[in-house]
Design a protein around this ligand. Structure first.
Ligand code: GDP
Length: 444
C-alpha cells in the first residue's frame, strides 16, 4: 500500500488523540511531534516538515478545534488539508495546445522510467481520443529505441525512430515534421537520460527545447530515490525549466519523501504517478486524493475511476452516493470487497478504500489477498440481510452466532463493527459542514 510506514505512523499518532475526549495544547503538541518524526522518517525534506508542522500546530490549537466535540477529527481534517496544500492543492493537468500537435518532452535520468512513462502517457491520451506519436531520441541507452518500439507496438501507437546514429535534436525535429504530415495531435519525445546530471545532457536537452518548443517539459523521477529525486527536480528545473513531474514506482516500497517534498521545494507540480510496470499503471496525480490515501481515508474517487474498467459501474455509482450520505453498511462493504477481489492486485487497491488500511493494521500482518479477506467476508456473510443493513441491532447473542457461523471470534466481529463505525464517522466529518474541504475540492 502507498507510503505504508508513514500512513501507519500518522494514524498511530491520531488514534492516541481519538482516545481522548477534550484535547489540550499539550496533547496536540505531542501528536505533532509524532507527525514530525513520521514525516522525517519518510524522508520528507527537513524544511518542508518544519513549515508543515508549524502551520498545522497553529491551526490545531485554535479555539474552534479545542472546543469542538470531535477535536481529534478536526486535527485530522487540518492535517489532511495541509497535506493536500503541500502537494499543490488541485490537480495540474497537461497543457493541451489549441494548435495541434501538442508537444511533450520527457526528460530525466536513466532508469527513472522515462521510456516506460512515455509509452504510458501515449496510452493514456490515446484512450482520450488523441493520436499520439512517440519519438525515440534516447540514442545512448542501449536498447532504449527498441524498448520504445515494443511499447508502441503493444499500445498500437506509432513510434518515430531514426536509429542511434542521428543526433537527438535532428530526430526530434524530424519527428515533429512527421507528426504534422501524419496528423498526429500529440507528440511525445523520449529524450536521452544519463546516470548523473551533466552539462552535456543539459545542453542537448536545451537544444531540443529550443528547436521543437515543447508545450510541456515533464521530468520523470524515481520516487524510490527520495530526496535525490527532489534534488534532481531542482537541478533540471534550474538548468532547463520543467513544467511538471511524473513520479514513478510509487507501487514499490517507497517512503513518501519525494511525493511530499517536490512541490514545496521546486514549486513544480506532480502531474502523474507511475503505479507499476504495466502500461496502464499511470494515474493523474490528485493532491487531495493522495492526502486521503496517506491518512488511511481511502480514495474513493480514484477507486471508482479505476473500477470503470472492471467493475459494475451502476454499483460503483450507487456506492459513491451512499458514501456521501453516510449510509454505507455491511452489504456495501461485502459488495465492495467482492468487486475488488475481481480487480486483482489487492495491495494497490486497498489504500483506496476508506478504513481498509486500518482493518489491515487491526488484524495484524495479514495477507489481504487471501485468508484474512475471506475471514472478513465470512463474518459479513454470516450476518442476516437485516443485520448487514442495520448493524446497530447486533447484540451480544447475534455477535456470538455470527462468530460461530464464520469460524471467527466475537472479538473479530466487534473489530469489524467498530471499523464500519469509524468509516462512517470519517465520512461524516468530511462531508458535512466542512467548508474548508469543499473549497479545496476535497473528499467526496
Ligand atoms: P528510463 O531509463 O528512464 O527510460 O527507464 P525505463 O523506462 O527503462 O524504466 C526503468 C525500469 O523501471 C524498468 O524496468 C521499468 O519497468 C521500471 N518502471 C518504470 N516505471 C515504473 C513504475 O511506475 N513502477 C514500477 N514498479 N516500475 C517502473
Amino acid at each position: 500500500m502507498i507510503f505504508e510506514g508513514l500512513s501507519d505512523k500518522l494514524q498511530g499518532a491520531f488514534s492516541k488523540l481519538k482516545s481522548k475526549g477534550k484535547l489540550t495544547e499539550k496533547d496536540v503538541k505531542a501528536a505533532m511531534r509524532e507527525v514530525k518524526l513520521a514525516l522525517l522518517e519518510a524522508d520528507v525534506n527537513f524544511k518542508v516538515v518544519k513549515d508543515f508542522v508549524k502551520k498545522v500546530q497553529e491551526r490545531c490549537v485554535g479555539q474552534e478545534v479545542m472546543e469542538s466535540l470531535t477535536p481529534a477529527q478536526h486535527v485530522i481534517k487540518i492535517v489532511n488539508e495541509e497535506l493536500t496544500a503541500l502537494m499543490g492543492d488541485v490537480q495540474s493537468k497537461i497543457t493541451i495546445s489549441s494548435k495541434p500537435p501538442t508537444i511533450i518532452m520527457m526528460v530525466g535520468l536513466q532508469g527513472a522510467g522515462k521510456t516506460t512513462t512515455s509509452g504510458k502517457l501515449g496510452g493514456y491520451f490515446k484512450k482520450q481520443g488523441k493520436k499520439p506519436l512517440l519519438v525515440a531520441c534516447d540514442v545512448y541507452r542501449p536498447a532504449a529505441i527498441k524498448q520504445l518500439e515494443v511499447v508502441g507496438k503493444s499500445l498500437d501507437i506509432e513510434v518515430f525512430n531514426m536509429g542511434d546514429k542521428e543526433s537527438p535534436v535532428n530526430i526530434a525535429k524530424a519527428g515533429l515534421s512527421h507528426a504534422i504530415k501524419n496528423n498526429n495531435d500529440l507528440v511525445i519525445i523520449d529524450t536521452a537520460g544519463r546516470l548523473h546530471i551533466d552539462e552535456e545532457l543539459m545542453d542537448e536537452l536545451k537544444s531540443i527545447k529550443s528547436e521543437v518548443r515543447p508545450h510541456e517539459i515533464l521530468l520523470v523521477v524515481d520516487s524510490m530515490t527520495g530526496q535525490d529525486a527532489v534534488n534532481v527536480a531542482e537541478s533540471f528545473d534550474n538548468a532547463l525549466g520543467i513544467d511538471g513531474v511524473v513520479l514513478t514506482k510509487l507501487d514499490g516500497d517507497t517512503r513518501g519523501g519525494a511525493a511530499l517534498s517536490i512541490r514545496a521545494v521546486t514549486q513544480k507540480p506532480i502531474k502523474f504517478i507511475g503505479m507499476g510496470e504495466k502500461l496502464d499503471d499511470l494515474e493523474p496525480f490528485h493532491p487531495d486524493r493522495m492526502a486521503s490515501r496517506i491518512l488511511g481515508m481511502g480514495d474513493v474517487l480514484s477507486l471508482i475511476e479505476k473500477a470503470q474498467e472492471t467493475m459494475d459501474m451502476e454499483k460503483a455509482k450507487a456506492l459513491g452516493a451512499k458514501l456521501k450520505k453516510q449510509e454505507f453498511d455491511f452489504e456495501d462493504f461485502l459488495d465492495q470487497m467482492e468487486q475488488i477481489q475481481k480487480m486483482g492486485s489487492m495491495d494497490k487497491i486497498l489504500g483506496m478504500i476508506p478504513g481498509m488500511g486500518d482493518i489491515k493494521n487491526q488484524l495484524g500482518d495479514v495477507d489481504m489477498n487471501g485468508k484474512e479477506m475471506n475471514r472478513i467476508k465470512a463474518i459479513i456473510q454470516s450476518m442476516t440481510v437485516e443485520e448487514r443493513r442495520n448493524p446497530q441491532i447486533l447484540n451480544a447473542s447475534r455477535k456470538r452466532r455470527i462468530a460461530k457461523g464464520s469460524g471467527t471470534s466475537v472479538q473479530e466481529v466487534n473489530k469489524l463493527i467498530k471499523q464500519l463505525n469509524e468509516m462512517k464517522k470519517m465520512m461524516k466529518m468530511f462531508t458535512s459542514n466542512s467548508k474548508g474541504m469543499k473549497k479545496r475540492g476535497g473528499f467526496p
